[in-house]
Design a protein around this ligand. Structure first.
Ligand SMILES: [Zn+2]
Length: 67
């Protein structure tokens, strides 16, 4: 049950990043065709996004085991 809960929480966060955080805070460019890249090593999931216009990189690291 804990697994289900964390999975859905991660899914929601991923959707949030994909849909709500594509506007660059530095230059205001909206990367409508882009998305967050996610990488995981089993303990954390790291999301990163590079603005195609100004090159600013943002990243979020999520603890998979966080409850
Ligand atoms: Zn930018």
């Amino acid at each position: 049950m804990t697994t289900e809960h964390s999975r859905s929480a991660l899914e929601r966060l991923r959707e949030y990043y994909d849909h709500e955080e594509l506007v660059c805070p530095d230059c205001g460019y909206e990367d409508a065709d882009g998305g967050w890249r996610s990488e995981t090593n089993g303990d954390v999931v790291e999301y990163s996004h590079e603005c195609p216009q100004c090159g600013a990189v943002r990243s979020h690291t999520l603890d998979v085991h966080e409850e």
